[in-house]
Design a protein around this ligand. Structure first.
Ligand code: TRP
Length: 329
């Protein structure tokens, strides 16, 4: 079976946009591939988080992904820092990664601009750590967003470079599996096209019915249609797109009709939409709370995942050391 690897940046809670994007893809991939999904806690060090936040955010992310249906029996789910073998490969790859190419990465330039007082070497070598994450399991596919394309190109380059330097065929070139193309787009409710953390317009999976209601009732609308069967402006289209995802076809058709004959009341639509989102969310929310309350279970899942991931990583590293001239003890 082909191997898939993906890293999850531990930045806060999952929202509906994440759910219909990355999470749903992961749920499908875990049935079809030998998947390694990990929480990239080492990568998060590039911004110097507090120790307590590192543990806490790893637990939160783990609980939320499990609640969504990521299955530790099907996929290897682990925390990056539990697999120290990755560090060794990171070191080796760094010896053949050049300052020029690392400095040219857009993600590096962007982050350097964002945190000018902390342009650390970890930031610079982010792509080598990411490459190590991927090729240590000899992954052939990596589900990532568009923003990761350049990092993926670097990963392929480092894999090729290792192979050609040592005249081996050890690492396959990992292909990107674009999440953005396959995802159902979840619109923002603030008039922006897309739900996203940086947009501050998210409905989180951990939101309860009342929180969801408040957020949806605040959604931006207009003064209403003036002519029958008119085209919907973007903010209204966003609400309908949302209905289309979480509500029944009858509900959708009902409001479509009301729109078309100009009798639509946005308050009613929002109330219905909020209820349907909350109903969709309810079982996930319940499982998030169950997992969050069960630290032992979370730790057990992480331990199980780490064991499987280390096995695979150790196998590759044994080959790497042999090829490079280091002894395997
Ligand atoms: N850089 C990825 C992101 O920001 C996270 C990540 C780290 C990753 N290592 C990875 C993704 C390996 C895929 C494979 O989203």
């Amino acid at each position: 079976m082909e191997t898939v690897v993906s890293g999850i940046r531990p930045t806060g809670n999952l929202h509906l946009g994440n759910y219909f994007g990355a999470v749903k893809s992961f749920l499908q991939l875990q049935n079809e591939y030998n998947c390694y999904f990990f929480i990239a806690d080492w990568h998060s060090l590039t911004t110097n988080p507090k120790p307590e936040d590192i543990v806490q955010s790893a637990r939160t992310i783990l609980a939320e992904y499990l609640a969504c249906g990521l299955d530790p029996e099907k996929a290897t789910i682990y925390v990056q820092s539990d697999v120290k073998e990755v560090l060794e490969l990171y070191l080796y790859l760094n010896m053949n990664a050049y300052l020029g190419e690392l400095e040219r990465t857009t993600t590096f330039k962007e982050k350097a601009r964002k945190q000018p007082d902390n342009v650390n070497a970890g930031l610079l070598t982010y792509p080598t750590l990411m490459a190590a994450d991927i090729i240590i399991h000899k992954a052939v596919k990596v589900p990532v967003g568009k923003d990761q394309e350049q990092n993926m190109e670097m990963a392929r380059k480092f894999a090729r470079r290792f192979n050609s330097m040592y005249e081996v065929d050890l690492f396959p070139e990992p292909a990107s599996f674009s999440l953005s193309e396959k995802a159902v787009k979840i619109p923002g409710l603030d008039g922006s096209g897309k739900m996203g953390k940086s947009e501050g317009n998210c409905i989180y999976l951990k939101d309860d019915a009342e929180t969801i209601r408040k957020k949806v009732m605040k959604a931006v609308t207009d003064s209403g249609p003036t002519k029958p069967n008119s085209e919907k402006p973007e903010v209204i289209q966003n609400l309908f797109s949302f209905l289309n995802i979480v509500s029944s076809a009858d509900t959708y058709d009902y409001f479509e009709e009301k729109w078309n004959d100009c009798s639509i009341r946005y308050g009613d639509l929002k109330k219905q939409l909020a209820a349907d989102i909350a109903a969709f969310n309810a079982p996930i929310l319940e499982r998030i709370q169950e997992y969050a309350a069960n630290k032992e279970l979370l730790d057990k899942v992480a331990r199980m995942g780490a064991e499987k991931a280390r096995e695979s990583a150790a196998r590759t590293m044994k080959e790497v050391r042999e090829i490079m001239g280091f002894r395997n003890k």
